[in-house]
Design a protein around this ligand. Structure first.
Ligand code: AMP
Length: 284
């Protein structure tokens, strides 16, 4: 595995891979890799000639009040994990190489970025679309793998790729969970033992929603109430949002008639956690 730390060096490798007509798979991450990330890497590995993983904690997707400086970083461990999963190139650029002091160009998706996490994190997706565009230009992958865990992010990236005609296939991989259902996240390490235990309420509530829909409930208000109640029963959790939205528009629906995304964000101690399920029309 080759560790690449400079944008210019990565670009010259990408140019060569392109000339050699390699099928390049790409998995962007912010590092502190866990089994969720590794599942994306394994999926990509099976689909490509050359596998590039990036580790970059992207400052532009954090607001000044968020956890950019204390976001967990462990490049040595990430390096070993990437290597053992058969990664060919680990791209881990420095912040000032990605964002020179006079950086002033951003990519903004103006519709799907607005609801859900966009409401509580108004500049977040602008940072995501900007850094993903930069990474796509630097790496020029054939396809890139994103996790369903960040469902809105995946929808925004798919829209950006379509709207701006990136010749890159977007693959979305399922959510990997701990045994008790908590979605794996680098931020789970912020949780105290009590918060960690109570954070299982998020997936429990999503499973409850799924069950109610199976039993025939189609109105979303009782389903959202179920999520609210489940989080309210905890001592340490505070709900940011619980919404049931159309998967094409991310607009709230009152009655489930088509594919919907059931999305939850909740703060447990210092950790803002998100999770979701998709309910397909054919499950109704
Ligand atoms: P992050 O390092 O949090 O930016 O995540 C990098 C990629 O891994 C994103 O596409 C995430 O959606 C994905 N990811 C993070 N956690 C999980 C998980 N538990 N299951 C599946 N994918 C995940």
């Amino acid at each position: 595995m080759r560790l690449v730390r400079r944008v210019k060096e990565m670009q010259s490798i990408s140019r060569r891979l392109h000339e050699e007509k390699k099928r390049v798979g790409f998995v962007p991450t912010m590092g502190s890799l866990h089994d969720g990330h590794l599942s994306l890497i394994r999926l990509a590995r099976k689909m490509c000639d050359t596998l590039v993983v990036s580790v970059f904690v992207n400052p532009t997707q954090f607001s000044p009040s968020e956890d950019f400086t204390r976001y967990p970083r462990d490049i040595e461990r990430d390096k070993k994990l990437c290597e053992s999963e058969g990664t060919d190139i680990l791209f881990a650029p420095e912040t000032d190489d990605m964002y020179p002091e006079d950086f002033s160009t951003y990519v903004v998706e103006e519709r799907l970025s607005l609801p859900l996490c966009g409401r509580s994190r108004p500049t977040h997706f602008r940072g995501v679309t900007t850094v993903v565009t930069k990474l796509f230009n630097i790496i020029r992958p054939t396809f890139a793998v994103f996790g369903q865990k960040d469902a809105q992010q995946a929808f925004v990236i798919e829209r950006m790729v379509r709207d701006l005609n990136f010749d890159i296939e977007i693959v979305v991989a399922p959510i990997v969970r701990e045994k008790d259902g908590l979605a794996m996240s680098s931020r789970n390490r912020y949780l105290s033992p009590k918060e960690r235990e109570e954070a299982t309420a998020i997936f429990r509530s999503l499973s409850g929603v799924k069950q109610m829909v199976r039993k025939g409930e189609r109105k979303t208000s009782p389903l959202i109430k179920l999520i609210r109640d489940e989080i309210a029963r905890t001592e340490t959790g505070r709900l940011d949002y619980a919404e049931i939205v159309d998967t094409r528009t991310l607009s709230p629906v009152e009655v489930i008639e088509d594919d919907v995304l059931v999305a939850v964000a909740a703060q447990f101690g210092r950790a803002r956690l998100i999770d979701n399920i998709i309910i397909k029309k054919d499950e109704l």
